[in-house]
Design a protein around this ligand. Structure first.
Ligand code: KIV
Ligand code: ZN
Length: 403
């Protein structure tokens, strides 16, 4: 049987904390319900000490959500942990996620603490969180820039203190995929009690490598991936949930693992997030961008119309889109135009098709995309002009004069 790794969604915490992505209570509650439907295993509902809004939202989500674990973030401090527990205590499956920075640069310049103090505070925080909550996750912030001996030591100590999940964040998106894979392998080999915890990773996208690093982690023994819808998150964002899931789904023999994600809910979830935050994804975004299943080049359209597998490595249906999109523009071929005209009810003779295609290309050269209304106008023609050269000339003129 295939092993399953856990998807930890942090759209409502790391994602929401990015500029322009803030959500109100109702919006968070609505998105949380959709994430549950999507099938995430753990949903990070917020950072309860950070604001009253975050606290209220985490509390409401903890009350509503029953299928997945609901996590809340807390620094390694008693006050943070108390506030997180106050928000999470009604959850069916609560998890306190506590963290402290472990790299020299963070310990010296941000925390102004010695490694010994950081180790002690991490252990105390995990023990305290464990006295309140049945499941505790510990994150070693900036793990990829942390001295490896110290990282192994703090991971071992926090597992002994009761952490059931150990998270290794690439907080600043600095790691290369091969280094990150090696780091996960090293932790598995060197930390004697590592089997008592679930090993997790949390990758940021500063160098565009968050998904690649997450996949390398899975190949080297990570059991939980932290990610966000549309890859939103601090700075360049977090690893994108949809890219990770579809990579593992599409190239399954490479991983021999599965997730609990209902892939047909990917597109609706992405759209809901864009609609709530009024932030569209870039058109060429993998999996959920407007162009991800669109074809304009004539050769590609011809291939896709004959068999979608020629240019599509996954089906639009598998991510929740009803169909692919054959975009008619100046790069399109006769076959695509013919197919679309047929769908619109026009079965043209060869001669008519020649004229239609010439007119189509002439107009498409000026107008980026030809939509169905343009085609109807082109074929039927205002005043019955149809494909006559006067009509085409006029139509072109009209398009050129459009604001
Ligand atoms: O990027 C990071 O290190 C974090 C931790 C709090 C997990 O978001
Ligand atoms: Zn983060």
């Amino acid at each position: 049987m295939k092993k399953r790794f856990h998807i930890f969604d942090t759209t409502l915490r790391d994602g929401e904390q990015a500029p322009g992505f803030s959500m109100n209570l109702d919006e968070k509650v609505r998105l949380a319900a959709q994430l549950e439907l999507l099938g995430v295993d753990i949903l990070e509902a917020g950072f309860p000490i950070s604001s009253d809004g975050d606290f209220q939202a985490a509390r409401q989500i903890a009350k509503n959500i029953t299928k997945c674990t609901v996590a809340g973030l807390a620094r390694a401090r008693k006050g943070d942990i108390d506030r997180a527990w106050e928000a999470l205590k009604f959850a069916k499956k609560p998890r306190i996620h506590t963290f402290i920075a472990t790299s020299d640069i963070h310990m010296e310049h941000k925390l102004r603490k010695s490694p010994r103090e950081v180790l002690r505070e991490a252990v105390e925080a995990v023990k305290y969180a464990n006295s309140l909550c049945p499941e505790v996750e510990f994150s070693a912030e900036d793990a990829t820039r942390t001295d490896i001996d110290f990282l192994c030591e703090i991971v071992e100590a926090t597992i002994d203190a009761g952490a059931r999940v150990i998270n290794i964040p690439d907080t600043v998106g600095y790691a290369m995929p091969w280094e990150f894979g090696e780091l996960i392998k090293t932790l598995r080999e060197r930390v004697p009690n590592i089997d008592k915890a679930i090993l997790s990773v949390h990758c940021h996208n500063d160098l565009g490598l968050a998904v690649a690093n997450s996949l390398m982690a899975i190949r080297n023994g990570a059991q939980q991936l932290e990610c966000t819808i549309n890859g939103i998150g601090e700075r360049a964002g977090n690893a994108s949930l949809e890219e990770i899931v579809m990579a593992v789904h599409t190239r399954n023999p490479e991983f021999q693992q599965k997730t609990n994600i209902k892939t047909s809910e990917i597109y609706p979830t992405s759209k809901m997030l864009s609609e709530i935050t009024r932030m569209e994804v870039q058109v060429n975004k993998a999996i959920v961008g407007q162009n991800a299943f669109s074809h304009e080049a004539g050769i590609h359209q011809d291939g896709v119309l004959k068999n979608p597998l020629t240019y599509e490595i996954m089906t639009p249906n598998s991510v929740g889109l009803s169909s692919n999109n054959i975009v008619l523009g100046k790069h399109s071929g006769r076959r695509a135009l013919h197919a679309r005209l047929k769908q619109l009810g026009y079965d043209l003779s060869r001669d008519e098709m020649d004229k239609a295609y010439d007119a189509f290309i002439a107009i498409a050269d000026k107008k980026k995309v030809m939509v169905d209304e343009d085609l109807v106008e082109l074929i039927s023609g205002g005043g019955g002009g149809g494909l006559s050269s006067t009509f085409i000339k006029e139509t072109m003129q009209e398009y050129l004069n459009r604001p």
